[in-house]
Design a protein around this ligand. Sequence first.
Ligand code: ADP
Ligand code: MG
Length: 416
Amino acid sequence: MKRFEELNIKPELLRAIKEIGFEETTAIQEQSIPLIKAGKDVIGQSGTGSGKTAAFGLPMLELVESGKGIQALVLVPTRELAEQVSKELIKFSKYTPKHILAVYGGVGIERQINELRRAEIVVGTPGRMLDHLERRTIDLSKIKILVLDEADKMFEMGFVDDVRDIIRQTPQFRRTLLFSATISSDVIDISDRYMNDPEVVRVDVYVEKSHLKQGYYNVSTRDKFSLLTHLIRTENPKLAIIFCATRHRVDMVAKNLERQGINAEPIHGGLTQARRNKIMEEFHAGKIHVLVASDVAARGLDIKNVTHIINYDIPKTDKEYLHRIGRTARAGEIGKAISLLSEQDYDNFRHVQSNRDIDIEKLAAPQFQRLPFDFGSRSGFSGRPSGFHGHRGLSQFSRNPPARGRFGRRPQSRGY
Ligand code: ADP
Ligand code: MG
């Protein structure tokens, strides 16, 4: 890989990224930065964690001038990404400060309206951007560079028409950059219509196999939660993300882990913004060690140092699987990806395994204690309510008491 110096990045930016600890470029950065600097429109395809923010952020920061209005707009699918990308850009611009603003819904609009008057770079979600455009509280007439970040996700979430609306309100002579993990038909459609002879830069998803142990357990539906709890207690992860298929399952698993004395927080699109921000802060600060997440909420989030990914539900596709595990074993660290496989996961698991680059080892099921599981008020949970089978103490399986680490048990409340 090249060093950033070789890409002729402005000294102020170089100094800031050195401080953050960037030495060499990533593949997507090495390939796309020179094209963007040369004024090309670029479609960049690469997976989560491959460094796309700097790939567009550094050349963008070189173009934007102070005091000349909003010159750069980054559209992102979620509020978290708006926060994350704007924060990253603020870090890059430490020695060449710009007015950078995250614009998303779920928070008061008045402050955004005020700050938009001074903004030079806006990172926004499509819904709130349209809101400002309708109120005429944002001026896009000075835009030189437009970025569609996580474009496939944005379109999957149904924002394709909103994105079109927004693009049409930007000047015709602009650069357009599109970053996406996959190239869907919507992505092709948008790039055909709104990009100027784009160069395509593609970097394959690559997982450092020697640094990532991937394994799966066969487990019955009714024992899934018990095995999960056992794994958290014995693995004692520094930072774990547990993926579930639906919002409801995210909530239920988090709630039941709490009942077992494990400090786990759910994160999904149904939570208020304030709540989601708080959870992400605590997770980053290491106050929360277990996050239970849905794919949509977790996509694209930059969470460093994740040691364990646990697939409580197997994702539907190999791509989603790679997205999930792409959050661990970054930067040479060792990580583990563990999948819990029960009957309803077999189809999905077959799809995941159809990718020959994915190599998941079968693990022998450990002995674990059977635990109750409360299904909450709704009954959307698949499988029978094993929790009510009355396993109060240790089952016949668990001769060894669970390890007592960070997740040692606290006195368990009964009565559910
Ligand atoms: P993506 O948008 O592709 O998912 P990000 O831009 O969020 O990836 O970057 C993922 C992580 O890698 C971030 O923590 C970022 O600071 C870090 N990173 C990006 N580029 C480099 C680099 N060249 N060297 C070291 N770390 C980097
Ligand atoms: Mg990104």
